[in-house]
Each structure stands twice: as C-alpha cells, then as structure tokens.
Design a protein around this ligand. Structure first.
Ligand code: BMA
Length: 860
C-alpha cells in the first residue's frame, strides 16, 4: 500500500513535470553530422557548425593557417568558389508531433540557398540577419536532409560592379589582393566589411553557417520576444513597460503575462489579454520603487535584475523567458553651447567622461572566438579602467555574450550599424534587406543596459563631406553624386532613425561617427571627432596636447606586436626586418605606415640598435603617444567628454593601432591606458617655462589629498621637492599646481631630470605620473643595472626589480606567449623596487634563465 502510494506520487510528479515540458517550446541545436564540399567537386569532408569554410578547410588540412607567414595569399581562391554544407537529422516523436516546427538560423554568411529534403526553403543574402522558416509541412520524422548552399560572394557581386557606370567609394577593400583587380565589391554584400581586408586586416572573404542553427517546436503559443522598455528611470523609481511578442496558433482567451523578479520572487507586472491567431503584442506595465541602478565601470555596481516573463493560460504556464537587464537612464546630450555643440553621455543623471577604445572583431573567422576570448577581451577593458567600447561599423553586430559581459562589467557600448568608410547602393531590395537587419539587431540588443548609443555608420558622412568625396563625384557627374547622397540620406537619416524610434524609442541615434553639424565634415567644436592628424597627417605627437574635441571617438598610433608574438607568425630569422616580405604582409597599411613608425620613432627617441629593440621601442612610442592624447583629452574635461582610442584588439597577428595583439597580449599602450584611465589622474603639462599639474577626477564626490612634485636627476639625486594639500574636485579637471620650470630645476639641465608627480588621497590611494621636459631622444637616460629577485607564487612568479638609476619603460619578457605580466613597460625610480606578478607555467629554473629585463637605454 505504502509502495503504491509512493509510485502514484512519482507518476503524478512525472506527469506534471512532463506536462510542463511539453507545453514549453522544444529547442534543439543542429550542430552534428555536418559535412561540406566545394560545390563543383565530389569530395565531402567533415564540417563544424557553427563555422566557416576557411576553418573547415584548415581542419581538413586542405589549406594551411592563413595567419602564418604568407599563407593568406594562397587561399584567395576560396572566395571564388561555391560551397555546399549538408546534414541529416531525425526528429524526436515529441518534436515531430508539435503543431509548429521551424528552422532558426542565427546567422548565415552570406549568399545562401537552403534546401530541406530537396525543396528550397530560403534564399538568404545578409549575414547580419536571422532566418526563421516554418518547416512543419516539409519535415519528416526520420532522415531529413538539410542542405545549405553558399554562393561565392565575389561571383555574385562582380556583375553588380560591372553594371554600374560609376564606382562607389569603399573602405580599404583589398580587391587586388583577391585577384579581382579594382573591383571593390564589398559594398554590395551585407557582410562584415573587414572580411574584404582593412588597413589592419587580411583579405579573407569567408562563407559559412557562422552562428548556431536550431529546430524549434511548440504547441499553442510561444514568446517570440520580450522588450523591457525603460520609460523613466531615476533614483526613486523605474517605470517599465514589458512588451511581450506572442505567437499564437489560434485565438486564445485570457492569456496572462506575468513578470517576476527571479531573485526576490516579487511579481512586478501582470496583465491579461485575448490573443488572436498570429503575432500579438501584450504589455505589462509596472514601477519599481527605489530601483538598484546599473552603473558603468568605476562609478558603481553594474547591477543586473533577473526577470522572468511567463505566459499562462488556464493556470498552465505555456512559455517562459528569462531576461537579465540593468535599470538605468542613459542619455546622450547633444546640445548647442557657447563653444559649439556637446556630445556626452549622462548615466542616471550624471555626466560621464567616456574612457575606452574602439573594438573590432577578434578574428577573421568569427565562430572560433571562444567564450574565454570574449571574457578576456572585456575584462582587459575593465582592467584598463575603461567604461566604454565602440563596436565599430566594419565588423559585426556582436554575439550576445559580448553584450552580456559588457552589461556585467559596466562597459557602455557605442554601437555602430555595420557600415564603414563607404557609400552604399542602399535603395530598393537592398534598403529593404537592411531594414530587416536593423530590426533583427535592435530587437536582439535593446534589453542590454550597456547599449548606450546607436550610430549609423563609421566615417561615411565625414568621407562625403570632409574627405572630398562629394566634390569628386559631383565632378565625375552631378547625377552620380545626387544618387549616392540620396541613397545615403534614405538609409542613415531616414530608415535607421525610424527603426530606432520604433523598436528602441528611448535610445539615442547618431547618424555617423564622426558627426557634428549637417552638411560638413567633423570639427573640434561639435559632436564627435576622429582625430588622425597625428599619424595619418604626420603631425608631431605633441599636437595631441593642443587639438580639441567634444568627444574623441577615434585617434591612434601604430605598433608592431612584441617580438615573442611576431615569432608566432614570422618565425624565421630572415623574416625579422620590418621590410621583410612576411612583415609587410602583416602590415596592411602598407610601406607608408612602416615609414611613419620609423619617422616618428627617430623623431622622439634614439635609433634602435636591432629588430628586437625596434619592436620594443615602437611599443613604447605608441604607448607614450596615446598616453599624451588620453591625458590631454581628460585635462580638457568638460569641454571634451570622451576619449576612445583606436583600437582595442586585432583580428589576426599584424602591425596595427591595437593596444592588445591578436594573442591578447598587452602592448605598452594597454598598460599606459590603465594608468591614464584611472578614476583620478595627475597630469603634468609644460609650455615654455611653465609647468601645470592637473588633477582630473571621475569620482562623483569631492575628496582631498597630498600632491608631491619631485624633480629627480636620473642618477637619483633629488633636485627639488614640493608637497601641497589639494582638493580633488568631483567629476572635473582642474589645474591644481603651476610653477616656473627654471625655479624647479635650479640650473640642472632638462636632459638630466624626470618630474615625478604623486598624488595620495586621504584614503591612501596613490596615483603617480612621470614627465620629461624634453623629447626623450634628448634625455640622457643612463645605462642601468636592474637586479631581480624571483619568488614562486600560485600560477607563476613574483619578480621584484630594483634599478640603481632611473630606468625608463622597463620591459620584461620570457619565451612564448602563454604568460602575462601584471605590469610591464613601467618606469623604475632609482633604488625604488617594484614587485610584479607573472603568470607562467615554466619551472623556476627555466623562468630565471629566460627572463629578460631591459629598459629604454638598452634599446639603442
Ligand atoms: C579609422 C577607422 C578605420 C581604420 C583606422 C585606421 O578611421 O575607422 O577605418 O582602420 O581609422 O586607419
């Protein structure tokens, strides 16, 4: 009897449990049994889905790693071929018997025909769109054949190029590298622009099922989408409308939508609606009193709420959707003022100085960017005290995980739509296609609190008005210019802002980056600016100190990766010159960029003695240059309210403007950014005989501290020392201390000293900065003796360094790339010691043998 009762209970529990499961949609990923082949040939090979043609060819040893030496050249045939992917699958009974069954492709790159059991079910033409296909009438219980046929994007688009009497200006589309002469076809395809090559990226025009594929099956209804619209947010309350999109099979009475806080169990909003067959929008409104707000990195906790939205019919929950989101108000303030017009972010009512970088895709082959790489990429931004990343328009709308991490760590996202440096034939079918792309991506991303601005494109506006494109095409034929501009305006000034208005109404749309005033290129008084006069414009690095902007959304300076990284893609001694064939192939801005690096280097520093020293000094050069810019931009607060350097990462091993190389290794610039982006910055700057010391604070409250200004001879002798009490004013920049340089120096030559500044706040936090009164080629950096003490710790070693004299930009390295130096390229004051943790799996003996320590004066 007792046994029977137990059995009965189990049966009831199982019935309840399976009843619930049956009600919810069943979702399975189609990621097995895939094979692929070159369409016109007969050999099938195993394939990985999600994946790309190139990575499948690598895995099957048909091509070699295109990132190694010159290999990229020999794989240019791949994009002129068509490719077939195929899998076979069975349906479970449970799925097969559902009333609704669909295929869901999260992303197909790009021109694609999909067949199910021989019948064509999709023609796709946009890698940024999602595709949902009803297959209820086409799917079989057993042995379904799914074929995904990719047409060569080059073959599809060349006829479009040939048919036009004029040619659209593009970004650095490397058509020549692809063997298709001047046929820059990238603008026709809704495909990541950088695939066609960029001034930091190879030309690898891949195809493939680049995001997951699912089969979804359900009865009655399902939640298609949930939008947490934050209508009003402040400290006291958050007024929220949860817009739920429900797909129903039939008319359903009294469907109840409930929104619950998963952590506390609080039921926030409930509403009941009658559904009609098809798509329904049901809104549940509620207010959260005293909400816990989401803050950006440095200003507070990036608090996330976990909401659950349920749809219940007859007391039975039919579908559920979880949404993690932060509650915040984010406004972009673009208002005329006495100087021009502002551009800054106001988070929860507080003006926030944006500190960050531009982000490009982390690989040419996107599906191989792992969760770990995403995590490291975002954490490296957080660890460098950034609060913003700009997802640049020549890449992709990133994967969900990217935004999840930005939400979690308080990184605000400047989100470009995927258009860069080109004019586009955006009319007719292409414009309609882009409309769906915009809807898919706005809907996918709008619940992320990190999304802070939507921006139409990268540099297309400035290209037209600022770089002379308008004049060029008007000169060719005024009609060409008229058509191009109309297509531009229809897309960026009409379609995209309308889509934002409709699908993310609280969000701010900015037509382009940079953008200032209608009908003109970017300037220093209005909106954002891409400042490239230092670097592309060959102006001296010191110009960073005088150039202004309301918001620097780009500026940058190139460097090569460090020697240990270079050896990964250029392993032979014959490769070890910046002009070698291999190094040139991995320098996509061309010989001109190498010349610039050399020119700037010789202008600022002594001549490096060899290749390895050149790489090291190039990194110091880049780091110093960008440090000067970051500090200048922060000193100019609140006129300037943002600084995003170009660029946070690389998509392959290359000489570029990145501050972390392809392998994720920090360049000098990244270490320097961490200092320059701290919540408080002490920043000296001199002009003629005057030295000013600014204190810049992003803190929301005033604080106090002690500023120490010390002039030290490079051998260690102290020339002068001043100590003053200072106020660290909240959220502003202030010139706190001014002095005459000759008074400080007391006759000591500028070439023999460093100005060491140190701010200690009342809580004991210390901020330091070193400053030279001449260009570093004119500073007499002494040869130093640096002693090292190595102690084993968890995951590696702690290295304590001490130098007898001033050591500039102390650089440590060991062989290989699987290590991380907690600090590097730092200055060592005479007889001061620094303890640095190093992640390494080497034995202590190997570590000691391999550890190299150099400082600037060893480089020449
Ligand atoms: C910028 C970017 C990129 C480019 C970089 C370096 O303006 O938007 O197009 O890679 O300059 O030239």
């Amino acid at each position: 009897m007792k046994n029977n009762l137990v059995k009965l209970c189990i049966i009831i529990l199982v019935a309840l449990w399976s009843g619930q499961l049956q009600a919810a949609p069943i979702i399975t990923e189609l990621n097995s049994n895939w094979r692929f082949k070159q369409h016109r040939l007969n050999n099938w090979y195993p394939a990985t889905v999600p994946g790309t043609v190139h990575t499948d060819l690598i895995a099957n040893e048909i091509i070699e790693d295109p990132f190694f030496r010159l290999n990229e050249r020999s794989v240019q045939w791949v994009d002129k071929e068509d490719w077939m992917y195929e899998t076979h699958f069975d349906m479970s009974d449970e799925m097969f018997n559902k009333k609704n069954i669909r295929l869901y492709f999260k992303g197909l790159d790009t021109y694609v025909h999909v067949y199910l059991n021989g019948e064509r079910i999709l023609e796709g033409d946009n890698m940024f769109r999602e595709w949902k296909i009803d297959i209820k009438d086409k799917v079989k219980a057993k042995d379904n054949k799914l074929e995904v046929f990719f047409l060569s994007p080059i073959k599809v688009d060349i006829p479009k190029w040939d048919a036009l009497p004029y040619h659209y200006p593009t970004g650095p589309d490397q058509s020549q590298q692809g063997g298709i002469f001047d046929k820059t076809v990238s603008i026709f395809a809704r495909k990541a622009g950088y695939h066609y090559g960029w001034d930091w990226g190879p030309r690898l025009v891949t195809s493939g099922i680049w995001r997951p594929v699912f089969i979804e099956a359900w009865n009655d209804l399902r939640i298609e989408d949930v939008f947490f619209q934050q209508k009003e947010v402040n400290k006291q309350k958050a007024v929220i409308a949860v817009n739920t999109e429900i797909l129903a099979d039939s008319d359903i009475k009294n469907a109840k939508v409930t929104v619950t806080d998963k952590t506390s169990g609080t039921v926030y909003g409930t509403t009941t609606a009658d559904l009609t067959k098809g798509s329904n929008n049901v809104t549940a409104n509620f207010t959260i009193n005293n909400p816990k707000l989401w803050w950006s990195n440095g200003l507070g906790e990036a608090h996330l709420y976990e909401f659950q939205t349920d749809v219940t019919v007859d007391a039975k929950t039919i579908d559920t959707k979880d949404t993690k989101t932060g509650i915040r108000s984010i406004k972009v303030i673009n208002k005329p003022d006495k100087d021009g017009s502002t551009l800054y972010f106001e988070l929860n009512g507080v003006p926030v100085f944006a500190k960050g970088a531009n982000y490009i895709p982390s690989d040419n082959f996107l599906p191989r960017v792992t969760k770990e790489i995403y995590e490291k990429t975002i954490l490296d931004a957080v660890d460098a005290n950034m609060n913003m990343l700009r997802v640049w328009g020549g890449g992709t709308y990133e994967n969900d995980i990217f935004y999840d991490l930005c939400d979690k760590y308080g990184i605000m996202v400047w989100q470009d739509f995927m258009f860069a440096c080109s004019m586009y034939p955006s009319e007719g079918a292409l414009l309609e296609n882009i409309k769906h792309e915009a809807i898919d991506n706005i809907k996918r991303l709008r619940n992320h609190p990190s999304i802070s601005i939507w921006c139409g494109n990268n540099e297309a506006y400035d290209g037209w008005f600022g770089w002379g494109r308008k004049e060029e095409f008007t000169k060719q034929n005024p009609e060409y210019a008229r058509v191009m501009w109309k297509q531009y305006a229809d897309l960026f000034h009409k379609l995209l802002p309308e889509m934002i208005e409709q699908y993310d109404p609280e969000a701010f749309y900015w037509p382009s980056s940079p953008y200032g005033l209608p009908g003109q290129g970017c300037d220093d008084k209005n909106g954002d600016r891409h400042y490239w006069d230092v670097w592309h414009g060959r102006k001296p690095i010191a110009e960073y100190n005088v150039e202004r902007s309301r918001f620097f959304s780009e500026y940058g300076f190139q460097s090569f990766p460090e020697f240990e990284s270079v050896k990964k893609y250029a392993p032979h001694p014959k490769d070890w010159a910046i002009t070698s064939e291999v190094m040139m192939e991995h320098q996509r801005a061309g010989a001109y960029a190498n010349n610039l690096i050399e020119e700037y280097l010789l202008n600022e520093y002594q001549k490096p003695k060899d290749f390895e020293s050149f790489l090291y000094m190039n990194q110091v050069l880049q780091g110093d240059a960008i440090k000067i810019a970051m500090e200048a931009h922060r000193r100019d607060m609140p006129y300037c309210m943002g600084t995003l350097f170009w660029q946070h990462n690389d998509c392959w091993p290359v000489a570029s403007w990145s501050s972390r190389d392809y392998y994720g290794r920090w360049k000098a610039q990244h270490y320097f950014a961490r200092e320059a982006y701290k919540d408080v910055l002490v920043s000296p700057i001199s002009k003629d005989n005057k030295l000013d010391i600014y204190i810049i604070s992003d803190r929301l409250e005033d604080s106090k501290g002690t500023l120490l200004v010390k002039v030290i001879k490079l051998d260690g002798t102290v020339v002068d020392e001043k100590k003053i009490s200072v106020k660290i004013a909240a959220n502003t920049s202030k010139n706190t201390f001014t002095t005459q340089i000759d008074k400080l120096l007391k006759g000591t030559p500028k070439s023999d000293v460093v100005v060491h500044t140190q701010l200690t706040d009342n809580a004991g936090k210390v901020y330091t900065n070193n400053y030279f009164l001449l260009q570093q080629k004119n500073i007499n950096f002494p040869k130093t003796t640096i002693t090292k003490n190595i102690k084993e710790i968890v995951d590696g070693y702690e290295v304590t360094l001490q130098s007898d004299k001033f050591a500039r930009a102390v650089f440590m390295s060991i062989e290989g790339i699987d290590n991380f130096f907690e600090n590097n390229y730092f200055d060592l004051l005479p007889n001061q010691s620094a303890a640095i943790k190093v992640k390494s799996s080497l034995s202590q003996k190997d570590f000691e043998d391999q550890l190299k320590v150099v400082s600037l004066s060893d480089g020449y």
